[in-house]
Design a protein around this ligand. Structure first.
Ligand SMILES: [Zn+2]
Ligand SMILES: [Zn+2]
Length: 332
């Protein structure tokens, strides 16, 4: 099912992600020279690969963490099925990443004006800083449908507060020469509890509670379409019950930290990561127990030492299926 990442796409990823700090010297920040009048995305048709829209796709919009790594945007994963993009989390840069995802995959559901459904795992800022972006940017760009959002208690208040915070922007865009339609800026937040939280003809989405340190409410999601079952862990500490929830799933998208790096850190750091997050070794054990078809790591915390390859190897200690170190704009 997974289309291997091509060398061309890697190139695209590197360019889009702002990877390769060597190619963009820090001194060349743009401050000394005016920006070009029109910026073209460095993507050509030869470097993209159109995906069959009748199938279900996973697009890693952001695999990052709170760390401001230039090549890894804030946590956000898109599942595209039946012509609709279902977002899980909205970290910083989510709308631009979706726009890039639309280009590399050819899936128009990811175009900003088509983003209308999002599920939040929890309300940590790294997972929600893109929420105002998701509310406002697609509206400015022509979204005509309400934005439906699902997430833990607190989502409604966050939504109301964000609309309030941007009220002057909204007023100017509606009353000024832009003449945007205020009635098209509709957000419908739903505070959820575990169980089926959303269903349409293309997908069924179930939320399950996960232990994420001192958060009272944190969820993972199981998304079932007619050709794939995808389980997304969200941020979670070690969670054995996930093996039952994910049993037989095609794909497990799981957060992870490097297992050996943690041992070299101070006790409070060990305590934090041990209860808020899951080691790559543990991810492998859960994946093996669940018998999933594929593991995609995301929200990777390297702590000290563990490389990409080592984290994948840590998963493989127990799990002998496919394991991918997820990178921004990977398409599976
Ligand atoms: Zn996080
Ligand atoms: Zn978190």
């Amino acid at each position: 099912m997974r289309t291997p990442r091509t060398a061309g796409l890697v190139t695209v990823l590197g360019l889009l992600a702002g990877l390769g700090c060597t190619a963009v010297p820090s001194g060349d920040s743009g401050a000394s020279s005016p920006p070009p009048e029109r910026v073209e995305l460095p993507v050509t048709p030869a470097e993209t690969e159109a995906r069959d829209p009748s199938r279900t796709w996973i697009i890693m919009l952001g695999t990052g963490t709170p760390g401001a790594e230039p090549g890894r945007f804030g946590p956000a994963t898109a599942v595209v099925a039946g012509g609709t993009a279902y977002l899980v989390d909205a970290g910083p840069g989510v709308v631009r990443r979706a726009a890039a995802g639309a280009i590399v995959s050819g899936l128009t559901a990811l175009q900003p004006q088509n983003l209308r459904i999002a599920f939040f795992t929890h309300l940590h800022s790294d997972h929600t800083l893109g929420y105002p972006d998701l509310i406002l940017s697609p509206w400015v760009l022509g979204r005509a449908a309400p934005l439906q959002t699902f997430g833990p208690p607190g989502l409604r208040e966050m939504t109301d507060s964000l609309l309030d915070a941007f009220s002057e922007d909204i007023r100017v865009r509606v009353e000024g020469p832009e003449q945007l339609r205020r009635d098209l800026l509709v957000v419908e937040p739903q505070e959820i509890s575990p169980g089926v939280v959303y269903e349409d003809e293309a997908i069924r989405v179930e939320a399950f509670a996960v232990p994420h340190g001192t958060w009272e409410y944190a969820f993972g999601y199981k998304l079932t379409t007619n050709d794939r079952t995808i389980v997304i862990s969200g941020d979670t500490g070690p969670f054995d019950e996930l093996a039952e929830i994910a049993r037989g799933a095609d794909v497990l998208v799981h957060e992870a930290y490097g297992a050996s790096g943690l041992r070299e850190r101070e006790a409070p750091t060990q305590q934090y990561h041990g209860t808020f997050h899951t080691s790559a070794v543990k991810v492998g054990q859960i994946a093996a127990e669940a018998g999933v078809g594929m593991v995609i790591l995301t929200h990777q915390l390297h702590l000290s030492g563990d490389t990409d390859v080592e984290m994948v190897e840590q998963v493989r200690l127990s799990f002998d299926g496919e394991v991918f170190y997820g990178r921004d704009l990977d398409v599976f």
